[in-house]
Each structure stands twice: as C-alpha cells, then as structure tokens.
Design a protein around this ligand. Sequence first.
Ligand code: ROI
Length: 163
Amino acid sequence: MTNEIAYIGLGSNLATPKTQINTAQQAINGLEGVLELAFSSLYRSTPMGPQDQPDYVNAVMAIETDLSAIELLRCLQKIELDHGRVRKDERWGARTLDLDILLYGQQMIDLPDLIVPHYGLAERAFVLYPLHEIAPELKVPGLGGMAELIASCPLDGLVKLPL
Ligand code: ROI
C-alpha cells in the first residue's frame, strides 16, 4: 500500500458556498482510504472567468490517501454530483461545488481526465494562498517552492474569511 499526500482545491459560488465547502470537507473525510491532514481558512475570491457570477468561497485541503489519483478523482466527482453540480456548456460558469486535485505527492500525471499538478495552480491566487497557508514548505513539481510562487501571484481581491 503506497500512501501519498494529496492537496485538493475546493470552490463554490452557488447555494450557500460556505455550507458547500463544509459539507464537501466532511464528505472527503468520510472516504475510505482518506485521512485529513489539514484544512485552510475559507477565502472569498472574485470570479476568474465570466464576471456575471457571484464571488467564490475557496479553500484547500491536505489529505493522506492510499487511493490512486484516478480513484481519488472519481470519488471527488461523485461528491460534486452529490452536491448538485450540474455541468453546463458555458466554460467557467458558476458552480455549487468544484473539487480539483492540485497535487498528488510529487507525481506529474498527464491523463485524458487528469493533469497534476493542476494546470492553473501558479496563476490562481485562490489556490496558491490557501495552499501556502497549510503547506508553506511545499515544492510543486515543475514549478518550484511556495514562496516563489506566491511572490509572483497578486492577491487579486482574495480575502481570508473570519472563522
Ligand atoms: N474563480 C474563483 N475565484 N474561484 C474558483 O474556484 C473558480 N473556479 C472555476 C472558475 C470558473 C475558473 N473560476 C473560479 O472553475
């Protein structure tokens, strides 16, 4: 059994986003073969993509898991569906719940369904800042250390929400 530490990005901008993030955290915690290691603060972020949609709530979770990356992806997709996620044609539209595998150990994965590290990681403040909060020493394969990544990513309106 090989255990990996994986990082999951959580985002929601519909149907009481904070509740979506909290119940998603519980659902991920409830997966067999998954142990929560850390959970960031919740952050409010302005939408990336079309601007005619509500602000997002974003967070990052660290887990230890013996699921393969693809098994983990399938479990996360099921949780998205359980939260009423409806895939629409519009690219980058509003969503009740988005769960992305940001990192899976130090592995670089390039499959039709899954690219890890997540392609948007370096440009997305709503991913980088919560990730930095829980894993300041992390090295991202192909991209470097968190301090350098943060230094070249403006906050972009990101606000840490009070507890
Ligand atoms: N914008 C923000 N701020 N947060 C997200 O989680 C997010 N997720 C997305 C798109 C539509 C790209 N924009 C986002 O998938």
